[in-house]
Design a protein around this ligand. Structure first.
Ligand SMILES: C[S@@+](CC[C@H](N)C(=O)[O-])C[C@H]1O[C@@H](n2cnc3c(N)ncnc32)[C@H](O)[C@@H]1O
Length: 193
């Protein structure tokens, strides 16, 4: 597949800056997305939701993509410092963005996040998780992909707009374990590992 050339292993020194915690488990998602996407990564415009310290944005920028790196109150200063350190600052923009109210429509080739929906749905608020996914769907261009990794699972979805999720062996089943059925209400194709 066309994006297989530069796998995360090529940036083994950067793994910690990209994945940050529980690196062996979450790293699986990166290779999975890269293998299964229909996108040509150097030509995409992506949106990272709930980025905090900019890890997934760093990874996508290293793959050649342009990324809007966001969090509910904006990513931390560490994100921009990290992107500067790796020489990808020109490919990354930053914004405050609430997943429940995304001010974009049909704007991105890829929307991605890691460990965000669980918190949004805390207190059994599946309605908030549904709303966040609906907002992400709206932000994607037709044919765009949603990539996500939550405790238990990671996803990529391709509109029609379509979905990827690699399982996280050894992690406790959380809200992620029940995500796929209702995410597929929005996304035509969901693949998982
Ligand atoms: C567990 S942290 C994960 C951070 C980062 N994605 C990572 O994997 O290291 C959850 C993140 O979701 C963000 N978040 C919580 N509610 C959000 C919302 N409504 N919209 C966007 N981000 C949100 C938090 O600010 C936090 O950065």
């Amino acid at each position: 597949m066309k994006n297989n050339g530069k796998r995360l292993s090529a940036w083994s020194h950067a793994r910690h800056d990209i994945v940050e915690w529980d690196v062996p488990n979450w790293s699986v998602a990166l290779d999975y997305w890269q293998e299964h996407t229909a996108c040509d990564l150097p030509s995409i415009h992506a949106l990272e939701i709930g980025s905090r310290r900019g890890g997934l944005s760093l990874w996508l920028a290293l793959c050649g993509a342009h990324v809007l790196c966001t969090d509910i109150d904006g990513p931390s200063e560490i994100a921009a410092e990290k992107h500067f350190e790796y020489g990808v600052s020109r490919q990354v923009e930053y914004a405050d963005l609430d997943a429940l109210d995304i001010p974009y429509a049909e704007a991105f080739d890829v929307v991605l996040f890691k460990s965000v929906l669980g918190g949004i749905g805390r207190g059994n608020r599946k309605d908030r998780q549904c709303r966040a996914v609906a907002e992400m769907y709206r932000a994607l261009k037709p044919g765009g992909e949603l990539w996500f990794a939550e405790n238990l699972v990671a996803h990529h979805a391709r509109p029609q707009r379509g979905g990827l999720h690699p399982a996280q062996p050894g992690r406790r089943p959380g809200p992620g374990s029940t995500l796929a059925p209702w995410i597929s209400d929005y996304f035509g194709k969901i693949s998982s590992n």
